[in-house]
Design a protein around this ligand. Structure first.
Ligand code: ZN
Length: 495
């Protein structure tokens, strides 16, 4: 399974039709392909978590990379609040299949598995980057670890620097991928972030974006060539966590909540001064200053803290009924007994949610109650209202001090889109030139089906049976299935 963060099916189809992406064209001609619908809102976290588990955020408790801690106004890294869900590779590993997982964004810390694991790009330290530890040698020698440290440099890089860095990162990732492909494996998963990285900043420069899709196309060709030399037949599934679209405007959700009287912000002198400074030192100057600061190593943790602080706003809690955090378009009700300084009575909760949703509707912002889009045991952790703007291109920000509700999306000219993600399946059991659309929850059950393994009852997706040829050799021997189940239980010490 090859993950292409942010790969947009509309672009792939158009450029493959024009003969500009020969490997994608070949894979689609010889395989099944279509749109992959992401989660609402279409964020990298929890999208990869949903893809890997086949379950909606309500079941796994992951709503965004940083999410509100229960009973507190703090927001923390999601894995510090909820235990990691079991992903397809965990199930495959339990059944004795050899797996490798490389750069899955939902893996923050590598852990023991029947095979190899390199944590995703959000992994906070080298110490937890790889399992087994011996893998670190390859990560060092390929320059991969060095590259991971470039995260801050990347944020402040110029457009051409950014483009170059993204390509280099893919090159390094491919080196490690080829190393892992030479091992003994039944299932492998790798994620490349190149397309997401370039599209956020340069969606308006389709010439540059095309060059990155062509770069990935070339890498896919190399992967295919490598696999062709193998004894066993391989099936390939290409997936993205969300698609992409134009980021015409950004919705300043807390400005709106404040204007409508739902949120009260402390607008003291220091707040105004900071905002004036931000407004004066904007654009490239701010970038230059930020870049300068980030060059001083000891200041990097400070920058990270400042980033966390910048998504927080000075809320006067006892005068606030609803608020939002960060850039995720999630609204929390300041509910009595649930929040430290809750102001909204339980009996007012529904009426308030209706009122907010109705008022958002008047400015053409779509909003959902949490239970309309999520279900499961972790529904309590979900924001009370989730919003979507501009045909599911998700661009929302919790910043305040701009005195307007919408502002231009620039410098991010592209943003995640829910409906035009990528799905391609290729291999001897897969139908040729067949169009099949999928939901992000369908990938996990479909892969378990290909391995003939039982599918957890509570997955939210379905097996994409339509993509398989009628005579497909799916490993579904019932006896073997039972035997394997027993072995798996034995391994866990339950029998
Ligand atoms: Zn993403």
């Amino acid at each position: 399974m090859i993950g292409l963060d942010g790969a947009c099916m509309d672009l792939i189809k158009a450029w493959a039709d024009d003969g500009k992406l020969s490997t994608f064209e070949q894979l689609m001609k010889e395989g099944s392909y279509g749109y992959l619908e992401s989660v609402t809102p279409p964020l990298t976290i929890p999208a990869w978590n949903c893809l890997a588990s086949g379950k909606n955020p309500g079941k796994i408790g992951h709503y965004s990379f940083l999410q509100k801690a229960p009973g507190s106004y703090d927001f923390r890294v999601y894995l510090s609040l909820v235990k990691k869900e079991r992903d397809i590779w965990d199930i495959l590993s339990d059944y004795g299949r050899k797996v490798f997982v490389f750069n899955a964004p939902n893996i923050l810390y590598a852990y023991k598995i029947n095979g190899y694991m390199v944590a995703g790009f959000l992994c906070p330290s080298e110490k937890n980057l790889a399992y087994p530890k011996s893998l670190m040698e390859v990560l060092y020698s390929s320059g991969y670890v060095e590259g991971e440290k470039d995260a801050v440099r990347f944020l402040t890089a110029s457009d051409s620097e950014r483009s170059k860095m993204l390509k280099e990162q893919t090159e390094k990732q491919c080196k490690i991928l080829f190393h892992l492909l030479s091992k003994d494996w039944d299932f492998g998963f790798v994620v490349f972030q190149e397309l997401d990285g370039i599209q956020h900043r340069l969606w308006h420069r389709k010439d540059i974006v095309l060059r990155h899709y062509q770069h990935i196309d070339k890498k896919l060709k190399q992967i295919l060539e490598k696999l062709e030399g193998e004894e066993n037949e391989t099936e390939i599934i290409i997936v993205s966590d969300h698609g992409f679209g134009p980021n015409n405007r950004m919705f300043l959700i807390n400005e709106w909540l404040s204007r409508e009287g739902f949120l009260k912000i402390r607008r003291g002198i220091s707040f105004e001064v900071i905002n004036m400074l931000i407004r004066t030192v904007k654009g490239s100057n701010a970038l230059k200053i930020f870049r300068m600061i980030t060059k001083i190593p000891c200041l990097t943790p400070l920058c990270q803290r400042l980033f966390l602080q910048s998504v927080k706003i000075p809320v006067i809690w006892d005068k606030t009924r609803a608020f939002s955090y960060g850039n995720w378009g999630m609204i929390y009700i300041n509910l009595e007994e649930r929040e430290p300084e809750g102001t909204v009575k339980k009996e007012e909760y529904e009426r308030l949610r209706d009122e907010i949703i109705e008022k958002l509707g008047k400015i053409s912002v779509r909003a959902y109650k949490k239970e309309e889009i999520y279900h499961g045991k972790y529904l309590d952790l979900a924001p009370d209202i989730v919003i979507e703007i501009d045909n599911y291109v998700n661009s929302v920000n919790g910043k305040v001090g701009y005195n307007k509700i919408f502002m231009p999306g620039f410098p991010q000219t592209g943003y995640h889109s829910k409906n035009n993600g990528t799905f391609i399946a290729w291999g001897s059991n897969i139908k040729r030139t067949f169009e099949a659309n999928a939901r992000i929850y369908d990938i996990a059950p479909t892969i378990l089906y290909m391995f003939g393994l039982p599918i957890p009852r509570d997955v939210d997706g379905r097996i994409l049976k339509e993509i398989f040829k009628d005579n497909a050799k799916i490993q579904k021997d019932e006896k073997r299935r039972i035997k394997e189940k027993i072995n798996a239980l034995k391994r866990k010490g339950k029998v």
